[in-house]
Ligand binder design. Structure first.
Ligand code: PGA
Length: 241
């Protein structure tokens, strides 16, 4: 793991966007793994700035998002599909047919999950994946558990994740309790990974990810086994290292 400590979230966003930009310039048909949440927003803003000054062309870029809630449609204000269009896709020239966000609405979630993994494979696999980290060490919606879940699957969200996501909903009862998420295997197959953490409330999870044993109780710790991971931290998130 390469660990880089920056002064604030905006500087991290510019640095992470630079890594995405390099991929897009090197291969205009590259496949990018996208994340939602507060953490990637400065990166997406920096990518939009680069697009606006004509450095980037997203026309042939393909994307796969990590996860989506079960039980709310794509039109819902808090769906991750909507999040991606509001915060990035509608602001660059990406083709909607090239973007993929898990869509857990069919009667057979197992088929949906298998189809998502197959679509990633068919695209040639993810060149660069961006991740945030949950307070409990989750990556995507892979919550702490006894084993690392391999492929895309349906999860029951933990209490701490539901509470953390409550800020986006009117009340806790409205927060979906299940999600469809890429598995740890799906994430680890990405050729390169960026993981970003900012703020002191992420410091414990960051310590467990970097200094702890590889343990499914801290799903992010599996990244110690990936050959090309860059960890972007601000000073507060790095404070326990
Ligand atoms: P956040 O979420 O970016 O909103 O902090 C990260 C995560 O839960 O993976």
């Amino acid at each position: 793991m390469e660990i880089k400590i920056y002064k604030d979230a905006e500087s991290i966003g510019r640095a992470a966007a630079g890594m995405f930009a390099a991929k897009i310039i090197e291969n205009p048909k590259c496949v990018l793994g996208m994340a939602t949440g507060s953490t990637p927003l400065p990166t997406y803003n920096a990518l939009i700035e680069l697009y606006n000054i004509n450095v980037l062309d997203f026309r042939m870029v393909k994307t796969f998002n990590l996860d989506e809630y079960v039980g709310i449609g794509r039109e819902h204000g808090q769906s991750y599909y909507r999040f991606m269009f509001d915060n990035l896709f509608s602001k660059v020239n990406i083709s909607p047919k090239n973007v993929h966000v898990p869509n857990p609405v069919s009667k057979n979630f197992e088929d949906d999950c298998a189809a998502y993994d197959a679509a990633i494979e068919k695209s040639g696999g993810i060149d660069l994946q961006i991740l945030g980290i949950g307070h409990n060490g989750h990556i995507a919606f892979n919550e702490p558990s006894k084993v690392f879940p391999f492929g895309t699957h349906i999860v029951n969200l933990t209490k701490s994740t539901i509470e953390a996501n409550q800020r986006f909903f009117k009340n806790i009862d409205e927060v979906p309790k299940k999600a469809m998420t890429m598995g740890i295997g799906s994430i680890m197959k990405a050729r390169e990974i960026i993981i970003i953490a900012t703020g002191k409330e992420k410091a414990e999870a960051v310590k467990a990810m970097i200094k702890g044993n590889v343990d499914p109780m801290c799903p992010a710790s599996v990244l110690q086994l990936h050959h090309k991971v860059t960890v972007f931290l601000d000073k507060e998130a790095a404070s326990l290292l």
